[in-house]
Ligand binder design. Sequence first.
Ligand code: PNS
Length: 168
Amino acid sequence: MKIAVYPGSFDPMTKGHLDVIERGSNMFDKLVVSILVNSSKTPCFTTDERMDMIRKATSHLKNVSVDHFEGLLVNYMKENNYEYILRGLRTVADFENEIQMSTMNKKLNNKVETIFLMTDVNYSYISSTLIREIIKFNGDVKNMVPDLVYEKIAQKYGRTKDEDHSTS
Ligand code: PNS
């Protein structure tokens, strides 16, 4: 059975992430979307909130599950007998980071293979970092995140630009 892990911060999950998950789920018997819990950072959404959003957004994909991990990805993979890492590539900058990470992961555990998918061109400008910045300044992220993530953002951070129907 071919099982892949799609690791990331997913703070929050974007439409680009969802596209990679949907395509990845067709390539592997199982796909585990796993959130890195980084205790030195304060995320916008808690691990539970992020897991819940990913679970709901992927409920139509029967071979996708959601998990979280701390520490080194290769250790988490060894503990769970996972062999494949799935990552999306948007830009040349991504490529530079990703080649370094995949090579390092391979050095740490030779059994691990990283598989890359080019992000859908419609989503290649989207990043969680930019989404967080837009949320902070009350901008509109409606077309950049799955609907239920958008609802969660509206719930947690109040009114969004999209809801501003005032004429003044
Ligand atoms: O969504 P992100 O933030 O781009 O994901 C980065 C992630 C979580 C895949 C990467 O930072 C990671 O694997 N961190 C775990 C710690 C680790 O294994 N570091 C060495 C990687 S070479």
